[in-house]
Design a protein around this ligand. Structure first.
Ligand SMILES: [Zn+2]
Length: 106
């Protein structure tokens, strides 16, 4: 899965946390069969929630591209792709990494 956070590739220790782009911390989680780097377990939990919610809402069996733009306070604009299929949405997260707001964007 290709992960872009605020315009830069992310998801490894070198490139940064797959949710926030932070390079501190040392937390790994396997998502969609791929080992991704996160700064902390909350970011990992939030990322997995986003993937699961997007798959459910858009009826996707797989996500191979995700682009996240924004931050905790502003919320995040997200684009996911499964092949040529693209879906855009906006989310806000709680302190615990739960999704508190989800809006589809066309
Ligand atoms: Zn993070």
């Amino acid at each position: 899965m290709k992960v872009i956070v605020n315009g830069k590739e992310a998801g490894t220790k070198e490139t940064g946390c797959a949710l926030c782009g932070g390079t501190w911390g040392d937390y790994y989680e396997t998502v969609e069969g791929e080992k991704l780097f996160f700064c902390c377990n909350i970011c990992a939990k939030a990322f997995i929630n986003i993937i699961n919610e997007a798959k459910k809402r858009f009826n996707l069996n797989k996500i191979d591209y995700i682009e996240l733009r924004g931050n905790f306070y502003r919320g995040r604009n997200i684009e996911v792709k499964n092949g040529e299929n693209s879906h855009k949405f906006y989310i806000k997260l709680s302190d615990d990494g739960d999704i508190t707001e989800f809006k589809e964007i066309d």
